[in-house]
Design a protein around this ligand. Structure first.
Ligand SMILES: *[C@@H]1O[C@H](CO)[C@@H](O)[C@H](O)[C@H]1NC(C)=O
Length: 199
């Protein structure tokens, strides 16, 4: 409990510092994984109703720590490979309209917490370009994914992802002139996006 509160706090502080910043190098549209190859698909959460996918993007949209969208990135290595609690910078997609329903995102956030509290606190995303570097959760209108941008495998906490989904769904909502957003690691090794499932 204590560590997950701490993680949430880190996310909050890191995010609020660059509240509602806008990505550069993009049209404002949510970032899309092109030519996605799905490796596995299952359902998670107490109700087993949140779809979990592991996949690879042939043309992944990468994001620098400063929120610049680029087609290639010098892949960083780093220690530790467990990035739970790591700081990330928030960027929203403007303008309002076409974002996910926050209630749907809340179902994903709860499913992540449920799994976290039921024996699965951690998950892996393999190194960028290796086949399962993208981990996606979807419930109705809300989709979120974790993308590994690093040259090494990463391990992340479901409770942190849950906090990020809650944070991004509200901080990058229509009231904030946005339709989703992402949080990119301060060291650039990963990002988490929240978006409408159909965008
Ligand atoms: C993640 O990968 C590491 C290294 O391969 C492995 O030891 C660990 O069990 C994996 N963790 C999960 C949650 O799959």
């Amino acid at each position: 409990m204590r560590s997950s509160m701490l993680a949430s706090l880190v996310v909050f502080l890191a995010s609020s510092a660059v509240n509602a910043a806008v990505l550069t190098g993009s049209s404002g549209a949510t970032l899309k994984c092109e030519n996605e190859v799905v490796v596995s698909e299952t359902f998670i959460g107490e109700e087993q109703n949140v779809k979990l996918t592991h996949s690879h993007c042939d043309d992944a949209p990468f994001v620098t720590a400063q929120g610049n969208v680029v087609s290639s990135l010098t892949k960083r290595q780093g220690d530790p490979s467990n990035v739970c609690g790591a700081q990330c910078n928030t960027f929203c997609f403007n303008p309002a309209g076409g974002g996910p329903n926050e209630d749907d995102c809340a179902v994903i956030a709860n499913a992540l917490l449920f799994d976290s509290q039921n024996g699965k606190p951690l998950f892996n995303a393999t190194a960028s370009g290796t086949g399962t570097e993208k981990v996606t959760m979807q419930f109705h209108s809300c989709t979120t994914y974790f993308l590994n941008q690093a040259s090494t495998d990463l391990t992340y906490c479901r409770s942190d992802w849950s906090s990020l989904v809650t944070w991004l769904a509200s901080d990058c909502n229509a009231a904030n002139n946005a339709h989703g957003g992402l949080c990119v690691a301060a060291d650039q090794r990963w990002y988490v996006q929240v978006q409408h499932s159909d965008s």
